[in-house]
Every structure is written in C-alpha cells, then in structure tokens.
Design a protein around this ligand. Structure first.
Ligand code: ARG
Length: 459
C-alpha cells in the first residue's frame, strides 16, 4: 500500500503544470533531475515487486500441486494410456480397470515351493549340503572339488558375485554332522548342478568337507560410532532400505544381494500390489524420497497367511542392481541350523515410529535386543499359539525397546564370523515396546528354502 501511494505521487510530479511551463532548464536542472531518478527507482521497485509476487505465487502453486499430486498418488492409480484415475485397490485385483489392462500388467506375484531346494549351507561353519529325495541331506566332501564347483554351487544359491570355498576338517564339525552322511563330486562334472554331480560316500577320504561363502556381505567399517545411543548411520547398517509407495515410506527391507531385497509379505496387502508405484531408497541415514530404485518383481511367499501373519516374507527384485559401496551393501543370509540361543544379542533397525501411535523417524534408528526363547514367547502369558514355528521373538519382557509401525519388513540381524547375518524380518507385535509384548519376526532360517528357490528361479 505504502509503495503504491508513493508511486502515484511521484509519477504525478512531472505533470505539474507549473514546472512544465517554465522553460529554464539551467535553473531547474536540479529540481527536475530529482523526480527523474525517483521515477527510475520507483519503476525498478515496481518490477521487483511484480517479480516477487509472481515468484511467491508460483511457489504457492507448486507446493499446492505437490500436495495434491501426493494426495492423488496415495489414493489413485493413473492409467496413462486411457488418461484415467482408478482407486488403488482396483490395481492388481484380477480385473482390467484401465484400457489394455494397464493396471494388471506389473503386479506382485506369489510363489510357493513344495519341494526341498537341493542346496544349503549348514551350521555356523557354512558346510555345503546337497539333497536328494532318496538319500536326504549330505555334506559334500572336499575331494575332487574345483573352483568351478564353487561357482556352480554359489550360483545355485542365487549368488554370482564372490564365490569362495574352504575345507573344514570333519572332526571339527558339530556332532550331528561329524558322522555324515557324506557325498563328493564326481570328477569332470563342473557345470552340472551340484546336487546332481555327487556320489554318496560313507566317509570323506580327504577328511574334510566344503564350506562356502558366496557373497561379500555383512561386513561394515567401524561399528562403534554411536555408544549407547539410538541414532544410527546407514554406513553401519548398509543393507537397510526404505520401501516407498508413491513417495511415502511404507516398510523397511534388507538388501541380501545387489539386486534382491528381503521384506515382509504384509507390506503388499490392499492397494500395494502394483510394481510401478514402489521405489526402494538405499544408502540414506535421513530418509528421503529421491533417487530410489525401481522394482521389476515382487514375490510374496505363497504360504503367507494374513490372518496369523504366518510366513510373513517377500522378495523384491530391483530393476537394476545397486552399486555396492560404504552406504549400500548386502547382509548375509544365515546358514541353516545356526543354533541361535535365547539371549543372543540382536540388532533391529528402521525408520519406524518412535513410540506407539507416534510418527516415523526422519533418521535411521537402531536398538540392541536379546532373542527370546521360542517356548517363552509362545507361552500363554505372552503370545500363546499366535507365535508359529516360522516366527522368532526378540526384545525385553519388561518392554521399553522394540520395533514399531514402519519398521516392518526391516532387518533383525546378528553378528558372527565377522559378518552380520539376517535372522529376522520385522513382522508384528501387540502395540510397541509393551510389557510382555515383544516384537515378532519372520524367521529367515525357516524361509531359506523359499528364498534360494525364488532367487535362483528369477536370476
Ligand atoms: N506391522 C508393523 C509394520 O507394519 C510392525 C510391527 C512391529 N511391532 C512390534 N511391536 N515389534 O510396520
């Protein structure tokens, strides 16, 4: 207001008739010059003002557009071919709602395995075992083993990056493995699948069995950056990712290879089955929405039971592998029968709620919690029969520290043999951090058969 009034007054000055009729420039140069500079300044002011108004207006418009887009994105799917919006829960529901069925093309799938995946790593020594319906599981002796066999076996487990093998003396194995049964590769069977390339042995002639390490996983730089705190740095938990739907953090997840993310099946219920809406954000301590990877497969465990949260596990395949670095690294999968004992020290990480009914955390959090004995967790005063064999519990009976909403799908890890291993996937709990209501996790050890089968089938 003030500026406009001033502008009007100033612009009126040259029109002053008294000044206009006096033709004596010499005497009036000064008084004439002053209004002129004032005129210029006011013009500049006016231009600046206009620019400011336009910028502010555009800013408001852009923010409004952003929030409107976010709101629409959270409720609707856009059929780009027919230029139409459909409600999210109409995507991937089995009926075409967009022209050309665009809403049904890229959807999550579910997968069950009813056969035993014939290759596994056993115990903390990661002893290679192969399976056949006739002979069951047998440990593989080291005789006639070649580097090519290492590659083949690792490929069968879904890994191609760092195949390595070592020999482990039979007499150092745990008692249940010491006495066999054993098997060994037949010479000249380099690329045949390992479980078809072996011949049964009563004992290992070499006196040792094959132990495999197939991936450069689970190792981080300096672990003790934070002492006793809860803030975490992504460089210490570089497998942790944020799964985002329409730019919204929805679940956590863990990289188990440069291309595969393990998460929870319950993250994909309702209108969350459409692939193009998901982004996997990795390498960030402070959760953002920028630079996420797109996803070309979501495979939910076919046995997943939403009523009981049983078999609550899913795998996501990234459209292109991440580049491994200090802030992005896969975690190791655990071997079978590791024998994790109650009280074992576990770590859970995520951007989930900082308290029950709270809000997601802007920065990554971590908590150290002990593993709870299965029978204690499944006792009537805790969760009773709601806890199945596919679940493990971790936390404190007195409450206080726990995962919470938004941590789902994220990692529960344990450190051994200088590496972090993924033992659990954040699944459920009654409230958060309540007394006698610890966090329940999908047991990765119980899902290894499914994980290897999916990764190998989709490699
Ligand atoms: N289901 C939750 C989610 O979707 C995670 C629950 C974990 N709760 C717990 N108390 N540990 O994020």
């Amino acid at each position: 207001m003030w500026t406009t009034a001033q502008v009007q007054e100033e612009s009126a000055k040259p029109l002053n008739p008294r000044q206009a009729v006096v033709p004596r420039p010499g005497r009036h140069r000064r008084p004439m010059a002053s209004p002129k500079t004032q005129d210029k300044a006011s013009k500049r002011k006016r231009v600046l003002l206009t620019i400011l108004v336009v910028v502010v207006f555009l800013g408001i418009l852009a923010t409004a557009a952003y929030f409107i887009k976010k709101l629409i994105d959270s409720k609707y799917f856009f059929c780009s071919q027919s230029f139409k919006f459909i409600p999210l829960d109409k995507t991937c529901d089995g009926t075409d709602d967009c022209a050309g069925g665009q809403d049904e093309i890229t959807c999550m799938s579910s997968f069950s395995v009813n056969t035993t995946y014939p290759v596994r790593l056993m115990s903390s020594k990661q002893v290679l075992q192969v399976y056949s319906p006739g002979s069951g599981w047998r440990s593989v002796c080291s005789e006639d083993w070649t580097e090519q066999h290492t590659k083949t076996a690792c490929n069968q487990l879904g890994y191609a990056d760092k195949p390595q093998s070592t020999n482990v003396p039979v007499n150092t194995l745990m008692s249940s493995l010491k006495t066999g049964p054993f098997t060994a590769v037949r010479p000249a069977t380099r690329t045949t699948p390992i479980h078809q390339a072996t011949i049964d042995r009563t004992a290992c002639r070499s006196g040792s069995v094959i132990s495999l390490s197939c991936s450069d996983c689970g190792s981080v730089g300096n672990q003790d950056r934070i002492v006793g705190g809860t803030d975490a740095a992504i460089e210490d938990w570089p497998w942790q990712v944020s799964l985002q739907q329409g730019g919204q953090h929805t679940c956590g997840g863990s990289l188990v290879s440069p291309r595969w993310v393990v998460t929870a099946a319950h993250c994909f219920t309702g209108g969350k089955k459409e692939l193009t809406r998901w982004k996997v954000v990795s390498g960030r301590t402070f959760m953002g929405t920028l630079g996420g990877s797109s996803v070309d497969r979501i495979i939910v465990n076919g046995e997943y039971d939403p009523a009981q949260n049983d078999h609550d596990i899913a795998l996501m395949r990234l459209s292109s592998p991440i580049t491994v670095g200090v802030a992005r690294k896969p975690v190791c999968l655990p071997p079978k029968a590791f024998g994790l004992a109650a009280g074992a020290s576990m770590a859970v990480t995520g951007w989930g709620y900082l308290e029950e009914n709270g809000k997601v955390s802007p920065s990554l959090q971590k908590a150290s919690i002990p593993l709870i004995d299965h029978s204690v967790c499944a006792s009537p005063t805790v969760y009773g029969s709601a806890v199945t064999q596919r679940m493990i519990c971790a936390g404190f009976m007195k409450g206080g520290i726990d995962a919470c909403q938004g941590d789902s799908g994220g990692p529960l890890v344990h450190f051994f043999s200088s590496r972090w291993h993924l033992f659990g996937v954040v699944s459920w709990g009654v409230g958060c951090a309540r007394e006698r209501r610890p966090g329940v996790y999908c047991s990765v050890e119980e899902m290894l058969n499914w994980i290897h089968a999916v990764m190998e089938k989709n490699s």
